[in-house]
Design a protein around this ligand. Structure first.
Ligand code: UPG
Ligand code: MN
Length: 737
């Protein structure tokens, strides 16, 4: 935009857009051809039950793959890249007119999310290069743990030195752990060493407390603190059953840092819970944060952060402001989303933890439409979006929570504290619109996706901002079981939206247009990828072992169509990766993890979702562990896949890899003895591709002896399953023919 000649942001279409559109048309023709071929085979050549069943399963697989390809393509039709110019901000908006920001940090379990890490995240955000009196940091502790509170009491003290230090030395890494762990801190001078020692002391103290599981008496310095900690020790207090606890740790208006400047507010909150009322996991925590912050500061801008996502760039709020303070550019702008990026990924990213598509490529694609979806962290919202659509404001149940209400009393005043406790109680939401029409939406384990989707359906737009220096950096799972468990939770959450009355292809398309509807459908139906992946991992192989050829011969022109469809999709996927700055090896690992997800978390997610609907099981929000085990980290850094434990989630993987290997060996022997490669080539190729992808699995089964290898039990069960599959299939064939 041009505001008095100085732009705050600019945008341009990505140069690949034209190519993407042309390629999409060609590829659609190929898909139509393929489906025609299947139907033709089905009607003409499927004379037996077996051939009918096989053709049907291939048809279903390819229909699902085609649908998913269409949804993926909708991200490629209108990608745009943006530039922001935060240096121009103050030419347009005076610093004193910057809007206030309420920052929310969620944590849920002091043993999976070490309080010291949460503290680091909070300190990095408090140290933003932004007027401190306009920042309030609210920490939500769903773990209801005195350990977390203790860590934050320590952090409040440390902040008084840390904030002026960052400001005076113009530090970039404002997360202490990152700063002291990097090279840059050596250059500043002796005061740094002193500060580092202080930080280490705090860290040891906090880690000590966590290890003991309680705050020991010598760490409690005054009567007020004792009373606070006693709240956690009253009889009947458990992390899932207690009344709300709110502690103002820094009252910005009253306290000054060591440099004499004002400070941001820092508020600790553990919402009330009891066993009989649902707490809605993170969405519930965020809504409580919205209300408590509404009562205390009611800033017009809200930033939500996961506890591991520390700030990597102090300019970030100003970048967000470049969009928010420029209403003509996007009149209905509801939020500015920064990508989730991670530190500590291993070189080739074996678990595809970067989620390049999810967090980078796809949002860039949606940015050219109505804007990216919300991904749970690193998102600056206008508070107003939580109270109805842009033109239809919804009233909250009490006046004080209106987004335009101005708070006049200090945050520690008795009236404010009392009301804050009241809105944080577990029964407060009964008979209100919270979670259905107000705030973050309930009903899905991926509250972020669901909330963003509902907001965009209400008419809100969004913007994707991804400066070259990552705005935030978080932790990634470093073992396969953690990675697949996380994806499984997402899969269940996504299906909860996909098969609800909000089904994106219908509901979303109606309110946002078909392309946006397809984008949202892409996520909602992620888990159904498991159907074709499972079919292609077993059927061609088992068929070949039984002498059935199910694809066109190499000399058949239809074979060329298969080659085009396969290579086209893979090559474009790889091209996208390189385009977004990744590497070939990372792409290769990403396509492997996609297959693994199809065989494991998507599949289990689908099954558990169905079980839940039949009333057999329920799923909670299993927090991803952010604790680093040294030995595990070492193996992760070497790029080894970490299995280590026996889990049913691994069985489809290991079984499929055994079946593929066996098929490849038998197939090659057959080929050498009969020279009939034309017929079996496609199936041999699929088995070979499976083997290539399964390499780390064979290694972990046979070659490795470290703790991360596949347990013998898992291998044994998979061998049995593979034999059963083969035996069962042969038996059916024998009976039917
Ligand atoms: O009952 C709960 C459960 C979780 N959390 C917090 O939610 C955040 C995300 O949890 P995590 O275990 O790290 O899940 P991830 O799968 O890594 O998170 C991704 O997926 C979630 C949806 O499943 C989103 O909420 C997140 O923002 C997104 O980063 C963490 O800060 C937790 O402390 C709560 O506050 N209360
Ligand atoms: Mn996380």
């Amino acid at each position: 935009m041009a505001n008095m000649g100085v732009p705050l942001h600019t945008s341009k279409h990505m140069s690949c857009m034209g190519f993407n559109r042309v390629f999409a048309i060609i590829y659609i023709c190929a898909i139509v051809g393929l489906i025609y071929h299947h139907i033709h085979t089905l009607l003409r050549h499927s004379t037996t039950f077996i051939s009918l069943a096989i053709t049907m399963s291939l048809l279903i697989s390819d229909l699902i793959l085609a649908f998913m390809w269409c949804t993926t393509t909708s991200f490629r039709l209108c990608p745009i890249l943006r530039q922001v110019y935060p240096e121009n901000l103050e030419k347009i908006l005076h610093k004193k007119d910057f809007p206030a920001i309420d920052i929310f940090i969620c944590t849920a379990d002091p043993y999976k999310e070490p309080p010291m890490n949460v503290v680091n995240t909070a300190l990095s955000l408090m140290a933003y290069d932004y007027p401190p009196e306009k920042i309030s940091v609210y920490v939500s502790d769903d773990g209801g743990s005195e350990l977390t509170l203790f860590a934050f009491m320590e952090a409040a003290n440390f902040a008084k030195i840390w904030l002026p230090f960052c400001r005076d030395n113009n530090v970039m890494d404002r997360c202490p752990e990152a700063y002291f762990g990097s090279e840059s801190h050596g250059k500043v001078g002796p005061e740094t060493e002193e500060l580092k020692a202080m930080y280490e002391t705090m860290k040891i103290k906090v880690e000590n407390v966590v290890e003991r599981g309680e705050v020991c008496p010598d760490y409690i310095t005054n009567e007020q603190q004792r009373q606070t900690f006693n709240k956690y020790r009253t009889p009947g207090f458990t992390h899932s059953c207690h009344s709300s606890i709110i502690q103002v740790l820094i009252e910005g208006a009253k306290e000054k840092d060591k440099g004499g400047q004002s400070m941001p507010n820092l508020v600790y909150l553990s919402r009330g819970k009891n066993k009989n009322s649902p707490h809605h996991f993170k969405a519930g925590a965020l809504n409580t944060l919205l209300r408590v912050s509404g009562i205390m500061t009611n800033a017009p801008i809200v930033l939500t952060q996961d506890c591991d996502m520390y700030s990597n760039d102090p300019q970030t709020p100003k970048r967000a402001l470049c969009f928010i303070s420029d209403p003509p550019a996007r009149p209905q702008l509801g939020y500015v989303q920064f990508p989730q990026r991670y530190h500590g990924l291993n070189k080739d990213d074996i678990y595809g933890g970067e989620f390049l598509r999810l967090f980078l490529a796809n949002p860039v694609g949606m940015d050219g439409l109505q804007g990216p979806s919300y991904v749970g962290s690193g998102c600056f919202f206008r508070r107003r979006v939580f109270f109805g659509g842009p033109t239809s404001m919804l009233q909250p149940e009490i006046q004080e929570l209106r987004p335009d209400c101005v708070v006049e009393k200090p945050i520690t005043s008795e009236a404010i504290i009392e009301l804050a406790h009241h809105v944080a109680e577990c029964n407060y939401e009964n008979n209100t619109k919270w979670g259905s029409q107000l705030g973050f939406r309930y009903g899905s384990l991926v509250e972020d996706y669901f909330t963003g989707y509902r907001l965009q359906c209400e008419g809100w737009e969004s913007v994707f901002c991804h400066p070259s220096r990552s705005a935030f950096l978080g932790d990634v799972p470093i073992s396969l079981i953690d990675a697949v468990s996380q994806t499984k939770r997402w899969a269940i959450g996504l299906l909860e939206v996909g098969f609800s009355k909000y089904i994106p292809v219908v509901f979303g398309s109606r309110y946002m247009g078909h392309i946006m509807g397809l984008c949202y459908a892409h996520y909602a139906f992620w888990p159904i990828w498991s159907i074709p992946i499972v079919i292609y991992s077993f059927i061609p192989q088992i068929a070949l072992l039984n002498g059935l050829y199910i694809f066109p011969e190499v000399t058949d022109p239809w074979f060329l169509l298969y080659v085009f469809v396969f290579l086209g999709a893979y090559a474009q996927d790889c091209y996208d990766f390189i385009l977004f700055g990744s590497t070939f090896k990372r792409w290769w690992n990403d396509q492997r993890i996609w297959l693994i997800r199809g065989l494991s978390p998507y599949l289990f997610g689908l099954i558990e979702y169905i079980a839940k609907h039949l009333g057999i099981a329920t799923q909670g929000f299993n927090v991803t562990s952010k604790v680093q085990d040294n030995e595990q980290s070492k193996r992760y850094d070497q790029g080894l896949m970490e299995f280590g434990v026996h889990s049913p989630m691994f069985l489809p993987l290991t079984t499929a890899s055994i079946v593929s290997l066996f098929t490849l060996i038998i197939g090659i022997i057959q080929m050498l003895s009969m020279w009939e490669v034309e017929k079996s080539f496609a199936q041999l190729f699929i088995a070979g591709f499976g083997v290539l992808n399964s390499w780390p699995i064979y290694e972990a089964m046979i070659l490795r002896s470290d703790k991360g290898r596949i347990p013998v039990k898992t291998t044994m069960i998979s061998i049995c399953l593979a034999s059963l599959l083969y035996g069962g299939a042969s038996l059916i064939l024998y009976i039917m023919c």
